[in-house]
Ligand binder design. Sequence first.
Ligand SMILES: [Zn+2]
Length: 68
Amino acid sequence: MSLEVQCFNCNGKFTLEHSDPQYAKIKTKQTKYYVCKSCNSSIKGEAIKQTGFDPKLLDPKGYDKLVP
Ligand SMILES: [Zn+2]
């Protein structure tokens, strides 16, 4: 099973595989925002400065741990 998601930041369409850590979160509605991997890495440094948007708010449990 997979899930179609849209990146909250770039609006790109992605398919989450069942094995993806974000899959369960979206599926169980723990979060309604998906941020793709490339945005996730670029958003960290810039978003806080430019928009005041803190990516930690998306995942207070620490999305960082899921990204190598
Ligand atoms: Zn994106």
